[in-house]
Ligand binder design. Sequence first.
Ligand SMILES: [Zn+2]
Length: 168
Amino acid sequence: MSFKYTDTLPPPVRIAHELHRHGLKPTKQRLRIAEILMNEPTHMTADQILTVLRRDGDHVSKATVYNTLKVLAQRGLVRQINIDPERAVYDSTRIPHHHFYDLETGELYDINPSEIEFSRFPALPEGMEADGVELVIKLRKKRPAPTDSGPMALSSMKFDPIDRGPAE
Ligand SMILES: [Zn+2]
């Protein structure tokens, strides 16, 4: 059977039910935020969600969005990913999976778990068990390969002769 991220997402009509199932009252704000996040596999920051809400005419405070997301994550409806300490990203795909992370844009892309294989793990510390393994592959734009004519090539550097004064 093939792995589909969408299999882990509740259909929109079930979002209220999902909130209930996770012990949360389906308030208007929770429903709206859960809808934005959970309709399709996505990764969004609190600010991005706030932008969508305000665009749709919702007068909601930043604090409400942050608090609602925190609660949704605590109850396991979305996953909170903290790669960048400055801003958490909320992931609607609830099953464990891996990510590509674009260092420039901060964007996350899912990696299907079946595409990664680990060959060796360290021994776990005494008394501990593994709860999960999540890999983040950080991406940056390819840098051009250095060439002889490149600006940093030593052969092309010009050195000013040091003026030692008139020779004696
Ligand atoms: Zn993801």
